[in-house]
Structure formats: C-alpha cells, structure tokens
Ligand binder design. Structure first.
Ligand code: ZN
Length: 131
C-alpha cells in the first residue's frame, strides 16, 4: 500500500491528485491491473471529474454548499455535519484501471481529493493490484 499526504488550504477544496496517484502506480511496477484510491477521513472524500476547466471544480463545491449548508440545525456537536454528509455523498474511494503502467482515465478526467472541513493535513492511501 502507498500513502501520500495532502495539505488543504481552505474549508472546502477539490485538489487534483492524479499525478500523485500515477506516481504510486509507477512505483508499484504494475503494468496491468487496478488501482484503489482510498481517503481515510470522515470529512474528506475522493472523486473523478473534469480536470481541464477549473470552473467545474468550483461549481461542484458551490452546489454541494447549496444542497448541504454549513449551518442547518444539525445534531452533531462538533459542528461539522455538513462535511460528514458531503463525504458520504461523494464517497471514500475510487477504482481506476491500469494499462501499460498508466492510469486509464478519460481525456477530461482527473482524480480529486475533496476537502470538506479544512484546512487540514490529510492522507490518501493507494493500493495497486496486478491482474
Ligand atoms: Zn464531526
């Protein structure tokens, strides 16, 4: 298993981690297989979406804020229920195929670490499995 750290700079943020995940795949030496990306946090997630236009990331963040406002009479005393709910909606893992030692992503796809209760220092786990 591979691990890398992510430092986030604001409460809500989508960070492109495609290069770090590809680095983990490269160091595994696996040419054909699968790559599991797992975020071990309850207020951060991972997703795959467009990497070309940064406006897409911003739209995802702002629409999630509208659907799940930060203050909405939540029961959880820590005060970050919105971050927990977003994390469950977006999810804690992604699986990407590997071919020729490279992640198989669509032309416009990038892998995003999703911070929902930053700024914090976070971890990402990557498990690469050969066919
Ligand atoms: Zn909490």
């Amino acid at each position: 298993m591979y691990e890398f750290k992510v430092s986030t700079g604001s409460r809500s943020e989508l960070l492109d981690i495609t290069a770090e995940v590809q680095k983990a795949v490269g160091s595994s030496g696996v040419e054909e297989g699968t790559c599991l990306v797992f975020v071990p946090h309850t207020t951060a997630a991972v997703t795959i979406n467009e990497g070309a236009d940064p406006a897409v990331r911003r739209d995802i963040e702002s629409e999630l804020d509208k659907i799940i406002p930060w203050n909405d009479g939540y029961a959880h005393a820590e005060g970050n229920s919105a971050a927990h709910i977003k994390t469950s909606l977006v999810g804690s893992s992604e699986i990407v195929l590997i071919a020729g030692g490279r992640l198989v992503l669509g032309t416009w796809q990038s892998i995003y670490f999703c911070e929902f209760d930053g700024p914090r220092n976070r971890k990402v786990y990557v498990k690469v499995t050969a066919d």
